[in-house]
Design a protein around this ligand. Structure first.
Ligand SMILES: [Zn+2]
Length: 123
């Protein structure tokens, strides 16, 4: 008559599982270990497939474009600062526009009405 002992199998299963996990980790790390030359303390030539090379190329290209765009945007934001005395608010159509030529009265480009510069309450 065979005796049933379920507790004996549990350490065996965990050993198999740990062995499986360590094998997975070793397989993942082996390519990294293979490309590093311990004697020369340098990396060997890396073999990557064509699709990975193309995707890396596109990724680097996009990162460069993103950085250039961010730098350009920051520069544009700096250039957009206009003096408050050149900003006009039309009191008829509530249009906001920039006029650097006139000081006292300016013509609204949208509705054509004359606007007088309001004196600032703070000054
Ligand atoms: Zn207007």
């Amino acid at each position: 008559m065979a005796t049933y002992t379920p507790c004996v199998n549990i350490p065996k299963i965990s050993t198999i599982f740990l062995g499986y996990v360590s094998e997975l980790i070793r397989r993942r790390l082996q390519p990294i270990l293979d490309i590093y030359d311990v004697k020369d303390r340098s990396f060997k030539m890396i073999n990557i497939d064509f699709s990975l090379a193309i995707s890396l190329y596109i990724l680097i290209f996009l990162i460069i474009i993103l950085i250039a765009w961010l730098v350009n945007k920051k520069q544009k934001d700096k250039d957009l600062n206009v003096d408050d005395r050149f900003i006009w608010h039309c009191c008829v159509c509530t249009y906001t526009y920039i006029n650097t030529k006139e000081d006292m009265i300016s013509v609204c480009p949208r509705c054509g009405s004359y606007n007088k510069k309001l004196s600032k309450a703070t000054t």
